[in-house]
Ligand binder design. Structure first.
Ligand code: ARG
Length: 460
C-alpha cells in the first residue's frame, strides 16, 4: 500500500476494510480540477509571501499541470489507500517533483482544501445550470409567443374554469423558472467566499495572504471565520434546496404535459424523438421524458433531506461526516442539468392542437363568469348574477348545450337584462381578450409579458 501522509503517529496499519470504507477517492476524484486550481493558487500565495521559494512554487505549479494532463488523458492511477483526491494528487506531485511537493501542504489542511474544492466545483455547476435554465426559459418564451392567442380551458380543481391562452399558461411556468434562476444566483453569491487559510480549523501561524489567494481563485473574499469555513455545508444545502424547488416546478409542468398528451385531453403532441413505444402494445407513444423528470424529482428531494440530516448533529468544526456531502451534490447537479437540457429541447419541439384545446374550452361552461360579469354591468348585484347564471348552466346541462349555444330567448328566460350583445362575452375570444391588464390572459398582455421577460433577461 502507498504510505499515508499521516502515518507518523500510527503503529498498526489500517484495517483493509476500514481503508476502503473511509476512502472517498472513488467519487471525489471528480474534484481533481478544482483541487489542482486551489493548490496552484495556494502555492503562488506561499511564494509571494516568502513561505516557499519561487523555484519551489514553479515546480509545484508545473508538476500539477502535468498531473492534470495525466488525469485528463485517463492515465492516472487513483489509489484507495491514499483515501481521497487531495492525498492522491499530493502524493503524485511529490513522486513527480520530489522535495518541493512535500512543501505544498504548508499552512493548509484537507479541511479547508475540500471546502474550497466543493465551492469551486459548485460555482461552475451553478453557472452551467443557470445557462440551461435560461435556455428552457427561452424555449417557453418562443412557444408563448407562437401560441399567444391559442385558447385552451384553464382549470381549477382540474375542472374547466375559464378560457385562457396557451401563451399565458406557458408564461406562468416561465415566471416560476425565473424565480428559480434568482435562487441559484443568490446561492452562488453567498457561497463565493474562500475557506483556504482556515487550515484544519483555527487558521495557521504562517504569514499567509488570504485575500490574494481568494482573488486568484475568483472568490469575493476569504471566509470570515475559520471554524465556519471548514465546518458548514449550508451552501450545499441551499443549492439542493434551490434544485428541489426547481424540480418541483419541472415535475408539475411534466405532469401537465403527460395529461395533455393523453387521448382524453389531446391538447399537444410531443415530438417522436422524445417519446418511446411499448414492446407489446403497437399503438403506444409514451411520454417517457416528462415522466422521468417527474420521477427524478424524488431523488433530489431525498438528497436535500440527506444533507440536512448530515449536518444536524455535527459539533464544530470539521467532522468526517462531511465526506458524505459529495454524492448527493454530484447526483443533484447531474440530474438537474440533464432534466433542464431535455426539457428545453422537448418544449422547442412541442406541437399544439389548437382545435382540440378550443373544443375543450367551449365545453364545461367556461364563460359562465363572463355572463355573470355582464349582468353586473347591466346593474345586477354579483351574488344575484351568480344565481341567475347558475340556473342557466343547469338548463344548459339538461339540454346538452353550452351557454353560447342557447338562443337569446332561452337566455332571457333567466334575466330580462340579457340583450343580443351577450354573445360577445360568451365567446372564448371575447372572454380572454377582456382580461386585459398586467398579469391577465389577453393575447395583448401575453405579448407584453414576453417583452418584459426578454428585457429582464437582457439586463442580467
Ligand atoms: N475526503 C475528505 C472529505 O471529503 C477530505 C477531508 C478530510 N479531512 C480529514 N481531516 N479527515 O471531507
Amino acid at each position: 500500500a502507498a504510505s499515508k501522509p499521516w502515518a507518523g503517529r500510527f503503529s498498526e496499519p489500517t484495517d483493509a476494510f476500514v481503508e476502503a470504507f473511509t476512502a472517498s477517492v472513488g467519487f471525489d476524484q471528480r474534484l481533481y480540477r478544482e483541487d489542482i486550481a486551489g493548490s496552484v493558487a495556494h502555492a503562488r500565495m506561499l511564494a509571494r509571501q516568502g513561505i516557499l521559494s519561487d523555484e519551489e512554487s514553479e515546480a509545484i505549479v508545473a508538476g500539477l499541470g502535468r498531473i492534470q494532463a495525466q488525469i485528463e488523458a485517463g492515465g492516472f492511477a487513483w489509489s484507495v489507500p491514499l483515501e481521497d483526491v487531495h492525498m492522491n494528487i499530493e502524493a503524485a506531485l511529490t513522486a513527480e517533483i520530489g522535495e518541493a511537493g512535500k512543501r505544498l501542504h504548508t499552512g493548509r489542511s484537507r479541511n479547508d482544501q475540500v471546502a474550497t474544492d466543493i465551492r469551486l466545483w459548485l460555482r461552475n455547476e451553478i453557472d452551467a445550470i443557470s445557462e440551461a435554465l435560461q435556455r428552457l426559459q427561452d424555449a417557453l418564451l418562443d412557444l408563448a409567443e407562437r401560441e399567444a392567442a391559442t385558447i385552451l380551458p384553464g382549470f381549477t380543481h382540474l375542472q374547466v374554469a375559464q378560457p385562457i391562452t396557451f401563451g399565458h399558461h406557458m408564461m406562468a411556468w416561465q415566471a416560476m423558472l425565473e424565480r428559480d434562476a434568482g435562487r441559484f444566483a443568490d446561492c452562488r453569491a453567498r457561497m463565493n467566499q474562500m475557506p483556504l487559510g482556515a487550515a484544519a480549523l483555527a487558521g495557521t501561524s504562517y504569514p499567509i495572504d488570504r485575500a490574494y489567494t481568494a482573488e486568484l481563485l475568483g472568490f469575493d473574499a476569504p471566509c470570515e471565520n475559520s471554524l465556519d469555513a471548514v465546518s458548514d455545508r449550508d451552501f450545499a444545502i441551499e443549492f439542493v434546496a434551490a434544485a428541489s424547488i426547481l424540480m418541483m416546478h419541472l415535475s408539475r409542468f411534466a405532469e401537465e404535459l403527460i395529461l395533455w398528451t393523453s387521448a382524453q385531453f389531446a391538447f399537444i403532441e410531443l415530438s417522436d424523438s422524445f417519446c418511446t413505444g411499448s414492446s407489446i402494445m403497437p399503438q403506444k407513444k409514451n411520454p417517457d421524458v416528462p415522466e422521468l423528470i417527474r420521477g427524478k424529482t424524488g431523488r433530489i428531494f431525498g438528497h436535500l433531506m440527506a444533507l440536512l440530516t448530515l449536518m444536524k448533529g455535527q459539533p464544530l468544526a470539521y467532522n468526517k461526516d462531511n465526506q458524505e456531502d459529495k454524492e448527493p451534490l454530484f447526483d443533484t447537479a447531474d440530474n438537474l442539468r440533464g432534466s433542464l437540457k431535455v426539457f428545453a429541447e422537448m418544449m422547442a419541439k412541442l406541437r399544439c392542437k389548437p382545435e382540440r384545446m378550443r373544443e375543450a374550452a367551449s365545453q364545461g361552461f367556461s364563460t359562465a363568469t363572463d355572463l355573470a360579469d355582464y349582468l353586473v354591468l347591466k346593474g345586477i348585484a354579483f351574488r344575484d348574477a351568480h344565481e341567475i347564471v347558475g340556473k342557466a348552466v343547469a338548463y344548459g346541462i339538461q339540454e346538452g348545450r353550452d351557454l353560447a349555444q342557447l338562443s337569446l330567448d332561452e337566455l332571457r328566460r333567466f334575466s330580462p337584462a340579457i340583450g343580443s350583445d351577450v354573445f360577445d362575452v360568451l365567446s372564448l375570444d371575447g372572454s380572454v381578450a377582456a382580461r386585459d391588464h398586467i398579469g391577465g390572459t389577453a393575447p395583448a398582455q401575453v405579448h407584453a409579458a414576453i417583452a418584459r421577460a426578454r428585457s429582464r433577461r437582457a439586463s442580467t
